[in-house]
Design a protein around this ligand. Structure first.
Ligand SMILES: NC(=O)C1=CN([C@@H]2O[C@H](COP(=O)(O)OP(=O)(O)OC[C@H]3O[C@@H](n4cnc5c(N)ncnc54)[C@H](O)[C@@H]3O)[C@@H](O)[C@H]2O)C=CC1
Ligand SMILES: O=C(O)[C@@H]1CCC=N1
Length: 277
């Protein structure tokens, strides 16, 4: 197995697009020891406050021009899929022979990315999620044929501080991945909103209901993370036969319940991911 140098010795990393997803990964990298002066952000849409805040932490904010002559070790594209066509020609100016190219954009395939760079370019497509910001993310990666074992080790080193990483060989799976783990945190946050609203409907004050919903999802996630038991087993441990939980699960697990709804939701997200490409 090829082992890449620790993150503190990696770089320079050029992040193009430091919005919600790029920003989340950036925070994880800096927390894990990526040296700020070897971390370059190119994002003309950054607010002056955010640019100043990153600058104060030592991160280099680039206006683009100076990047042309200093190819980064890694170039990470974290702009919206709709922005990619505008960004690729600029990104191609920055990429050198040694640069590993990573894109986290939903729907944009390796083939389309490759058209933006030199034919021999090593390109990895990653679908991360925003819990990356606190090191609890799930990222799935797929590389083109040019990607080496060393490149994979570098991607692992970069993504491990953001949470778990899984590699797939079949890029065709990535739309479903996007629909489950890429978009999935939003489903969990919506669950919190739905539980809080249901608590209010059951007579709880709004603030207390939100506290209960939020901490229950946080606590459920922490138990799932810390326990060797499967989700199904943990669910059974809450469910006394003939008790209150069973009464609720009879509703959630009924026909047209959560399982059917989630299947439809994930299928819709997968369709949209395919459309974006
Ligand atoms: N937000 C999420 O949970 C996830 C997002 N993604 C992917 O990450 C990508 C970014 O999404 P978000 O961070 O949510 O969007 P965002 O809108 O928060 O961030 C995009 C950033 O790109 C910047 N930008 C726009 N044009 C640019 C240019 N020409 N050069 C450099 N920067 C430019 C914007 O100023 C903005 O800060 C998308 O492709 C999305 O599919 C993937 C997984 C999860
Ligand atoms: O909503 C989106 O399109 C992006 C991709 C996965 C999460 N956010």
């Amino acid at each position: 197995m090829t082992v890449e140098a620790p993150l503190s010795e990696t770089g320079p990393v050029l992040l193009i697009g430091a919005g919600r997803m790029g920003g989340a990964m950036l925070e994880a990298w800096l927390s894990a020891g990526l040296r700020p002066e070897r971390t370059i952000v190119r994002d003309p849409g950054l607010s002056p406050e955010r640019a100043q805040e990153l600058g104060a932490r030592g991160v280099a904010i680039s206006n683009g021009a100076e990047e042309v002559d200093r190819a980064p070790r890694v170039l990470v594209l974290a702009v919206k899929p709709q922005q990619m066509d505008n960004v690729l020609p600029e990104a191609a100016l920055y990429a050198g022979k040694e640069t590993l190219i990573i894109s986290v954009a939903a729907g944009i395939g390796l083939g389309r990315l490759a058209k933006g760079f030199e034919a021999s370019s090593r390109i990895v497509r990653i679908m991360p999620n925003t819990p990356a910001q606190v090191g609890a993310g799930m990222a799935v990666a797929v590389g083109n044929d040019a990607v080496s074992e060393q490149d994979r080790a570098l991607v692992d080193a970069l993504m491990r501080p953001t949470g778990e990483i899984a590699w797939i060989d079949d890029e065709g799976l990535i739309d479903a991945v996007t629909a489950v783990s890429g978009s999935g945190p939003a489903y969990v946050f919506h669950l919190v909103e739905a539980m809080a609203a249901a608590g209010e409907a059951a007579g709880l004050p709004a603030e207390l209901s939100m506290q209960l919903a939020r901490q229950t999802v946080v606590g459920g996630g922490a138990l799932l993370a810390g326990s060797p038991l499967a989700a199904e087993e943990l669910r059974r441990n809450v469910t006394s036969p003939g008790g209150t939980t069973q009464a609720a699960l009879d509703v959630l697990m009924a026909e047209h319940g959560l399982v059917d709804l989630m299947r439809e939701a994930v299928a819709a997200a997968k369709r949209r991911s395919i459309e974006l490409g």
